[in-house]
Design a protein around this ligand. Sequence first.
Ligand code: ZN
Length: 226
Amino acid sequence: MSIENRLLLQGRCPRCAERVSPRLLVQESDCPHCESALRGPADLRTKIADRQLGFRLVGYGLIALASFTTGWIPLLQTGVHLLALVVLHLLVIHSSLKWLSRKRRALTRLTLRIYGALIAVAGFLLNLALAPLVGVAPFVLALVGPAMTALYVEVSIWLVRRRLDRQAEGRPIAVGEWALPLALLLGLVVASLATVTAVYAVVSLVASLDTPGATEILHFVTERTP
Ligand SMILES: [Zn+2]
């Protein structure tokens, strides 16, 4: 990476190295200190969005391995999935939010939180569905676990990139930027209700399979009694 791009990514003017507000840098305005254009050899927005690609790929590989290992114990992979979502968000996405204006950043952060919660609930539901399939679960989770995490991370990066472009063009906050978190919240409520129903169904199923009711035992015993 060139020295100019490195300075830009650190939030500094590529010419005089003074600190400049991220918003001015994204809009490629002039430096308030030396008045030169705040522009590097490569597009700053692409640089922000494409950061840590290698890191992300290694992360997905590790999640596949951890999902396979924990997949042998029912529901344990849910913990791996949650941890992966939080760690990758903090390491990959969090720092790119600072380039957005305050209001747009707050809305984007809210959207990503609800989206992450939806993915986490979906991961839990998958674990629940796989709970009875002890031998199969590790293989399915090793594939679907990293795929679901990637779905969160890559879609989030794409969303932040779109918001950065809007910001650079100086466009105001669109209706969609408000409506998206609301729609996702509605989806989260529905998904949570589905989860509660699924947990109830699985618990009653397990209860009816493993522990026969007292009446059944009584029936069994009385039938055999001469
Ligand atoms: Zn400058």
